[in-house]
Every structure is written in structure tokens, then in C-alpha cells.
Design a protein around this ligand. Structure first.
Ligand code: IPM
Ligand code: MG
Length: 353
């Protein structure tokens, strides 16, 4: 078993360190190989996805990623920016299926900005297509137009095969859950998502047990805050999924709690928290490592087919929350404020019992 560990930038290294404690707890220390990505890759090799990192990731069974990005790289040419490293690794490894669960831990009900009854027991899964759409569509660029004015443009594109393969992932996932799938698009305006809807409907014929619905993305954004429990599995394209998954994460109180898995066709996966690199709090031992630790749980479930370890880790996290330990992002009066490092230790303590 080989696990590539890519800490990245900002809070990446400190949260990954805590998640690595969990991997070591399960005796995987010898399976770990570290490499630089994002700004860290740029610093070391002048490349946000250094060749050696990509090679390591290609050979690995699974990848654990922290986060990439820092304002100090904003002025670099686009290809050198940390985010490019992330997009390139997703594309190079064909990690087209991004699973982003939004689960309400009952202990954190008061950390949500929504009323408790709206979000209690919330458990939704956003499946975001990750290697297509306007993120990768060509042509793209910034040019000078006929009026001698600069003009930026991107192309929103989806091919039938790209839609079909994410549709299969979504229907299969829905079968294992409540058999309800909502596909989110903007088929009333955009041709690329008109095709999306057509292919989703067509693929759905192979899954008659799944109750399929469709929603325009603007309405979905509204319904997610109005009545999020109407959803179970949501499938959508890359850009809509980027936005809706951030929104869904806040229903649960903090984006600091939410893991993610990005899978290829063989369930090889890259596991990372859904949140970013938060350079404003980097190195201050304030970050919440639970999303990264829960991402390790997802690694066991999806790549290593080990539901038991998934449950063990999730229960350990629950146990820590139950005992009142909180990082700053989920802190409320009467709970016990601790740092990133200590939160990692608390999870290990719960795993040990
Ligand atoms: C995410 C992030 C990335 C994305 C950025 C960092 C490129 O926002 O994983 O959601 O837009 O996909
Ligand atoms: Mg995002």
C-alpha cells in the first residue's frame, strides 16, 4: 500500500500532520511518501505540481492532500499559481468524481447559522464532476478584442462520455443511500447543461429504483438554505459543485469539518478537506484538523474498502466532540477550546479506547 502525502500550503502541513497520526495509528507509517504541491512545489521546484510529485502520486494507491494557495502567489503567472497544481493533479490522475458529504454532527448543531430544526441530522452528499466544465474547457484566455479592449473568456463544455461516467457514479451511490438523486444544472440557459440533463435522464433508465429529480442551480442554492433535508445525493458539474459544496458545508456549522474524496474509475483517490489553505491562521495551531482526519476515514472506505476503519475514525471524532473539545471555528460558550495539535491527539486517544 502506498500513500502519497502532499501537505501543501497555509494550514495544510499542520492539519495533515494530525491526519498522519491516524494513519500511523493504523500502522501505515511505512506506506507514506511525502512530496510538495502548490506554493510549496513552486518554492522547491518552480512548479506547483513538480514532476517528482506527479510521479509519486501516479504510483500511489491513495493521496492525502492538505490544501494549496497563499495570497503571496497571486501575482505569479497563472500556470505557476498553487491552484494550478491542484487542478493539474486532478486532471492527470483522472479524478473525475468528487464526493463532498455535508453531515451534521449533533454536537455542533449550535455552530450552524441556521435554525436547529432545519439542519438537525442533515446528511447530504454532493457529487461534483471534477475534471471537466469551464474549469478545463478550451478555448480560454484574455485577448484584446476589435474595440481594442481586453476581454477574458472561458468555455463551459461537457462531452457525453464525461457526463455519463459521473452519472453512473451518482446513481450507484444513490442506490446505496436513500435512492434519491437530484441533478443540478442550468438547462434553461446553458447548452452544455442541457446536454447534461439529457444524458443524466438517459443514464437513469438503467437505474429504475432511483428517484431522479432535476433542479436549476439558482433554485438549488435557495433550497439548500431553505430546506436542505429535502436532498440526499446531489450530482452536478464542476463549477456549480464548487459553489454548492461550500454552501452546503456551512449548513453543518463549519467548513472545517468536511472531508472529500476525489476518485478515478478504479476508486483510486485523492483525499482532502473541503476547505482551503487559510493562510491567515497558518502556523498558529488554530486550524481544525477534523476535516482532514475524516478524509483519511474516507480513504479507508473508498480506496481500501475498509468500512470498519471508517466507522472507527468517525466515532472517534464524534467522541471528541461529545467530550466538548473544540477548535476555534466550532467553539461555543461552555465548550473546551483546544488547538490543532491537541485535537489530533484527542482523536488518537478516542481511537485507543
Ligand atoms: C475546491 C477549491 C478549488 C476548486 C480551488 C482551490 C482551485 O475551491 O477544491 O473546491 O475551485 O476546485
Ligand atoms: Mg471550492
Amino acid at each position: 500500500m502506498k500513500i502519497a502525502v502532499l501537505p501543501g500550503d497555509g494550514i495544510g502541513p499542520e492539519i495533515v500532520k494530525q491526519a498522519v497520526k491516524v494513519l500511523k495509528f493504523f500502522d501505515l507509517e511505512k506506506s507514506l511518501d511525502y512530496a510538495a504541491i502548490g506554493g510549496a512545489g513552486y518554492e522547491e521546484f518552480k512548479d506547483p505540481l513538480p514532476k517528482s510529485t506527479l510521479e509519486l502520486a501516479l504510483k500511489a494507491d491513495a493521496i492525502l492532500l492538505g490544501a494549496v494557495g497563499d495570497w503571496k502567489y497571486d501575482k505569479l503567472p497563472r500556470d505557476m499559481r498553487p491552484e494550478r497544481g491542484l487542478l493539474r493533479i486532478r486532471q492527470s490522475l483522472n479524478l473525475f468524481a468528487n464526493l463532498r458529504p455535508a453531515i451534521m454532527f449533533s454536537e455542533l448543531i449550535h455552530a450552524s447559522s441556521l435554525k436547529a430544526e432545519v439542519v438537525s441530522d442533515l446528511d447530504i452528499l454532493i457529487i461534483r464532476e471534477l475534471t471537466g466544465d469551464i474549469y478545463f474547457g478550451e478555448p480560454r484566455g484574455i485577448v484584446t478584442n476589435k474595440k481594442n479592449e481586453r476581454e477574458g473568456f472561458n468555455t463551459m463544455r461537457y462531452s457525453e462520455s464525461e457526463i455519463k461516467r459521473i452519472a453512473h457514479v451518482a446513481f450507484r451511490t444513490a442506490l446505496k443511500r436513500s435512492k434519491k438523486l437530484c441533478s443540478v444544472d442550468k438547462a434553461n440557459v446553458l447548452e452544455s447543461t442541457e446536454l447534461w440533463r439529457e444524458i443524466i435522464i438517459q443514464t437513469g433508465k438503467e437505474y429504475p429504483e432511483v428517484e431522479l429529480s432535476h433542479m436549476y442551480v439558482d433554485n438549488a442554492a435557495m433550497q439548500l438554505v431553505k430546506n436542505p433535508k429535502q436532498f440526499d445525493v446531489i450530482v452536478t458539474g464542476n463549477i456549480f459543485g464548487d459553489i454548492l459544496s461550500d454552501q452546503a458545508s456551512m449548513l453543518t456549522g463549519s467548513i472545517g469539518m468536511l472531508p472529500s474524496a476525489s476518485l478515478d474509475a478504479n476508486n483510486k483517490g485523492m483525499y482532502e478537506p473541503s476547505h482551503g489553505s487559510a493562510p491567515d491562521i497558518a502556523g498558529q495551531d488554530k486550524a481544525n484538523p477534523l476535516a482532514t482526519i475524516l478524509s483519511v476515514a474516507m480513504m479507508f472506505k473508498y480506496t481500501f474498502n475498509d468500512q470498519d476503519k471508517f466507522n472507527l475514525i468517525e466515532n472517534a471524532v464524534r467522541g471528541v466532540l461529545n467530550r466538548g473539545f473544540r477548535t476555534e471555528d466550532i467553539y461555543s460558550n461552555g465548550t473546551n477550546l483546544i488547538g490543532c495539535e491537541e485535537m489530533g491527539d484527542k482523536v488518537i486517544e478516542r481511537l485507543e479506547v
